[in-house]
Design a protein around this ligand. Sequence first.
Ligand SMILES: Nc1ncnc2c1ncn2[C@@H]1O[C@H](COP(=O)(O)OP(=O)(O)OP(=O)(O)O)[C@@H](O)[C@H]1O
Length: 261
Amino acid sequence: MIEFKDVEKIYPNGTQALKDINVTIEKGEFVAVIGLSGAGKSTFIRCINRMHDTTGGELFVDNINVGALKGSAIRRFRRKVGMIFQSFNLVNRTTVIKNVLVAFAPDNPFWRTFLGVYTKKQKLQALEALEQVGILDKAYTRVDQLSGGQQQRVALARTLAQKPDIILADEPVASLDPITSKRVMNDFTKINKDMNITILMNIHHVDMALEYADRIIGIRAGEVVFDGKASSVDDVVLKMIYEGHVEQQPSSGEENQVYVG
Ligand SMILES: Nc1ncnc2c1ncn2[C@@H]1O[C@H](COP(=O)(O)OP(=O)(O)OP(=O)(O)O)[C@@H](O)[C@H]1O
């Protein structure tokens, strides 16, 4: 479970990126975070694995106070929380399997990682992760010979190999064409449903967010202005998230909380 309690983030230059965030995300949810560029979506996601430090409030992941973690405890914690980026973050000039094996580097002595020596168990786990995203046949292909969608699957496999409880995805389909984007979104859905891994995804494509996620969090100027089921998002809600005003109260269900800033 992820719990934001009055979380605030002010960058060193004085920009307030998050204000009074109070959100709880249960294990196994698929949540899409939407909002205008600069609204605070990336900051929201990146506070969860301490890529950014919060400057106020408290953030808990499975009852671990994320802000209190130090040194090796942060590294251990990050094993539970996988991260997927728009740019895939792969080493292009080497094979798919070597990119996935990088997931085990924190567990190995330095010399093993340096020489690229992994255990048989780790190799089998890496191959299993590739199978889970349907690209086992590409295991020994160089990454720069793959399409963008296949590269994002390699990144997903690398994250799966570390057996995370949560996957944070920051604009994972932003650089992919519509068909490939749908394939990658289907991979996320499969991982979420079959493996009960919580997915928290920052995404600009509203239509895809509504199609694939169960829950939508709308952020505007650093504040959560909508938090509810994807099925309850209508034009009024979208106007509130993207334009900041409401023409009429949405006909909401009990679980559809709407805050107007
Ligand atoms: N490292 C930083 N230092 C200072 N300000 C920052 C930093 N990173 C982000 N910001 C600012 O914080 C605010 C929120 O940025 P953030 O990247 O979280 O927004 P976003 O909704 O993810 O935007 P986008 O959709 O364009 O990626 C913006 O005003 C941004 O300029």
